[in-house]
Ligand binder design. Structure first.
Ligand code: NAD
Length: 303
């Protein structure tokens, strides 16, 4: 049954490639598209599926269309803009799953336009990064109509081990932005603690082990500090520019809901400063280097 669903996947970057590979592995008929044509062609060569010449053709031959693109502005362009777009080929009954970490209000507007064409848009942003995208074990936060979610479920299940329903369309992306806000706070406070500890004479690697066995543990202490910061690799596969965008979305929701956000605003400003210092293409784990500069201390040095 599920292998009869035809999937069109737009955006095969750091996340989209392994996610689309999981869809192919699950046996769905797959078409891929990317602004970098050579990347879409490489995907077809290495993984399988086809890369239609146009978005119109991809849309016309897909039952479920996944978008995994950097921003909502780009998603809007891909769906409705330019000379070639998804709307040009969209069939009634098609389900678009917008899996980018986007702006909820923009996604809700797009969902209305999609509905006017007889199709349905749901949002399903993800958490878990490149490692869990590779193993098909992402956490997917899905917002939208139950019937559309049910129909897209076989495709979602190929990419994620937990599919969490968050409410109406846009609610997945709101949840996602707020998740990344929490994740950033955990990263920044953890790095600050390691810097204090190192100055006190503690070994940051030992301290990370202790945090992970104690109540200070969080995803960054477990999966980022030793792997990407203390190793000085800074290659987690999620850029500073994308994280900065997520925090802007979280703060925008804070403003729209008149919620005071002093701590969130501090996190956002620190990420903005790190982005100004290291550039939007730097890995987000380079946030630690901003904290190090402020402290005049490099983690792991001399240990
Ligand atoms: P990426 O930049 O690696 O990939 C985006 C892909 O979209 C690229 O291949 C790019 O060529 C393509 N693209 C850009 N404009 C396009 C257009 N107009 N038409 C077609 N293709 C276009 O980004 P990523 O890290 O894969 O992130 C994708 C989304 O997932 C973002 O919204 C990001 O915030 C979110 N996300 C990323 C991670 C992560 O760890 N990298 C984790 C969770 C969520």
């Amino acid at each position: 049954m599920s292998d009869k669903i035809k999937v069109g996947f737009i955006g095969v970057g750091n996340m989209g490639w392994p996610m689309a590979a999981c869809v192919a592995k699950a046996g769905f008929e797959l078409s891929v598209a990317d602004a970098r044509r050579e990347v879409a062609n490489n995907f077809v060569q290495q993984i399988g599926g086809r890369a239609p010449d146009t978005l119109r053709e991809l849309a016309a031959t897909s039952d479920v269309i996944v978008t995994m693109l950097p921003t909502s502005a780009i998603v809007s362009r891909v769906l409705t803009g330019g000379e070639d777009n998804v709307f040009a080929g969209l069939k009634p009954g098609t389900i678009i799953v917008e899996m980018s970490s986007g702006v909820p209000s923009v996604t809700q507007e797009l969902a209305e336009k999609v509905a006017a064409l007889g199709a349905t848009l749901i949002d399903g942003p993800v958490s878990g990064g490149v490692p869990r995208a590779k193993t098909g074990q992402l956490a997917i936060m899905v917002g939208g109509e139950d019937a559309a979610i049910e129909r897209a479920m076989p495709v979602l299940s190929a990419m994620g081990s937990s599919v969490l329903r968050t409410g109406a369309v846009g609610s997945g992306q709101a949840t996602k932005a707020l998740n990344n806000l929490v994740s950033t706070g955990g990263f920044l406070i953890g790095i600050e603690a390691l810097l204090i500890g190192q100055r006190f004479g503690l070994d940051p690697a030992v301290m990370t082990d202790v945090l992970n066995a104690a109540t200070g543990m969080n995803n960054s202490t477990q999966k980022k500090f030793k792997q990407f910061v203390l190793s000085r690799k800074f290659d987690a596969g999620f850029t500073m520019g994308l994280l900065s965008k997520d925090l802007s979305i979280a703060l925008q929701i804070g403003r729209e809901t008149a919620t005071p956000t002093p701590f969130s605003a501090l996190c956002k400003e620190l990420v903005a400063a790190a982005q100004a210092m290291f550039g939007p293409d730097a890995d987000h784990t380079e946030m630690a280097r901003l904290s190090e500069r402020l402290a005049g201390e490099e983690l792991g040095k001399g240990t």
